[in-house]
Design a protein around this ligand. Structure first.
Ligand code: FAD
Length: 447
């Protein structure tokens, strides 16, 4: 069936039937495509609207690294002998020893991106340059309409990721001198002598500030101001017991909690996912020290946490310079102003819309803004039980902070693959921690 047709074929078969069609080829669906590759009895096709593979390409700032272990690649944590692992990539490229000898503290982000691209190139079930415009349901199968063809499928797997978000004050003002950090490499090349304001106190904001203040003297901005809503610039919590939140057993425990407990948990532990790598913080602190005390540039960096940008106005028909109004969180009546030539919004991402589901939207159950999913990430709906729409990286409210992260990619995909193949996927042992009173009773009475 579709398994045989090459995705790189410029004229794909106009209609075909698959056991599973994936929408989007980021790390989430690429993981599933990699796990399914060894099962020809599950014909599958994964489509992405990009012309070629990309992974946050404009945030591949030199020196940035992965924030998780290299074992959290596409497959290793659920299928360690799979041919699409990071180790297989290194081996295929002949660089196993070099990688070891380089002694990276973490995988360079660009090397991980290259690995992902390698995995996408080796998989003939993946097609780029094809936008999924519509998913419907007719005669017992899903219909998938793209800008190039129409195919049918028993199951759909959505992995459309997230899109950049800026606060309302910035919406409508974006362009060359005011942009989201996901366009950083395209737009922040030459900022010599400029006044730059970076808004957002997470990893992306920190990386932008570090890059700006690390430029050679003749390419340095005149000033870099870093504004964050958080009280300071906080690190990611990467300690052992916190990392147990990023295990399958915790995802399952979390799923069974009442909705208000899940929401409170995500708020309380946000820094386990959205904090800044300690190495980035250390590099940044050392740069500030050098500029302030050693290199004679004491006014280069301004650090302003615990503040909220309340307004942005621009001269010259909206091309800047910009007047940024800021309120201190501990002093509601306060107002500070910054003049900026360039504003970088590192204000995060929000789930990408799934407009292509419009034909069946009223058949799907929801929980708040999310599709309500079962234990295998299948959206609850009124259709046949053996026809499902799975969602990857889109149910943080139901599955916790790990849902958006690379940590559980391989496990979540193996659950979905297991359901598609009608087998129960293998699970690793649960956490040392007895998350619920139920597991505590079960584990001690069994021992
Ligand atoms: C700069 C950056 C660094 C990160 N680093 C880490 C890290 O080190 N560790 C970690 O755990 N997490 C990290 N993350 C978080 C997360 O792992 C990534 O955002 C990851 O890319 C999410 O994967 P995804 O497949 O869900 O979505 P995405 O990577 O966003 O991929 C979604 C894909 O869907 C496609 N698409 C959307 N709509 C359609 C459509 N209608 N038809 C066809 N295709 C469509 C898009 O073109 C896109 O290619 C990082 C995030 C960012 C922004």
């Amino acid at each position: 069936m579709g398994q045989k047709s090459s995705p790189h074929d410029p004229s794909p078969r106009p209609s075909a039937h698959y056991r599973c069609v994936g929408v989007g080829v980021g790390p989430a669906n690429l993981s599933l495509a990699s796990l399914l590759h060894r099962y020809p009895e599950v014909p599958n096709l994964f489509l992405d609207r990009r012309e070629a593979f990309g992974w946050h390409d404009s945030q591949q700032i030199p020196g940035t690294t992965l924030q998780v272990s290299l074992f959290k690649d596409l497959v290793s944590l659920s299928d360690p002998t799979n041919a699409f692992s990071f180790l297989s990539y290194l081996h295929d490229q002949g660089r196993m020893y070099h990688y070891l000898n380089a002694q990276f503290d973490s995988v360079p982000r660009k090397e991980f991106r290259n690995y992902l691209e390698w995995a996408s190139r080796r998989n003939e079930n993946i097609a780029f340059g094809e936008t999924v415009a519509e998913v419907g349901f007719e005669d017992g199968v899903f219909t998938v309409g793209t800008d190039r063809r129409r195919v049918t499928a028993d199951n759909i797997v959505i992995g459309v990721g997230s899109r950049p978000w800026v606060p309302p004050q910035a919406q409508g003002l974006l362009g060359d001198t005011q942009f989201h950090v996901n366009e950083y490499l395209e737009r922040a090349g030459d900022l010599a002598g400029k006044r730059v304001v970076v808004v957002g106190g997470g990893q992306s904001g920190a990386e932008a500030v570090l890059d700006l203040v690390s430029r050679p003297h003749d390419r340095l901005p005149r000033q870099v101001c870093w504004i964050s809503r958080r009280r300071s610039y906080f690190p990611i919590d990467d300690s052992p017991f916190t990392n147990d939140f990023y295990m399958p057993s915790h995802s399952d425990y979390f799923y069974g909690l009442p909705a208000e407990d899940r929401a409170a948990f995500n708020t309380e532990h946000i820094l386990s996912s959205d904090g800044i790598s300690e190495s980035t913080l250390r590099d940044l602190y050392q740069k500030v020290y050098m500029h302030r005390f050693v290199d004679g540039d004491p006014r280069l960096v301004r650090l302003q946490p615990n503040r909220e940008v309340t307004g942005v106005t621009g001269a010259n028909g909206g091309s800047g310079p910009w007047d940024i109004t800021v309120r201190h969180n501990a002093d509601a009546g306060s107002t500070e102003h910054h003049e900026a030539d360039v504003v970088v919004w590192a204000t995060g991402f929000r789930p990408a819309p799934m407009d292509f589901l419009a034909p069946i939207a009223d058949r799907l159950e929801r929980e708040g803004d999310e599709l309500r999913v079962d234990q295998d990430f299948a959206a609850q709906w009124d259709g046949p039980l053996d026809r499902n729409i799975f969602v990857q990286n889109a149910v943080r409210g139901q599955r916790g902070l790990a849902d958006l992260n690379l940590s559980l990619n391989a496990w979540r995909s193996s659950r979905i693959a297991g359901r598609l193949r009608g087998v129960h996927s293998d699970e690793q042992l649960p956490s040392f921690i007895e998350w619920s009173s139920k597991t505590a009773k079960e584990s001690w009475s069994a021992s």
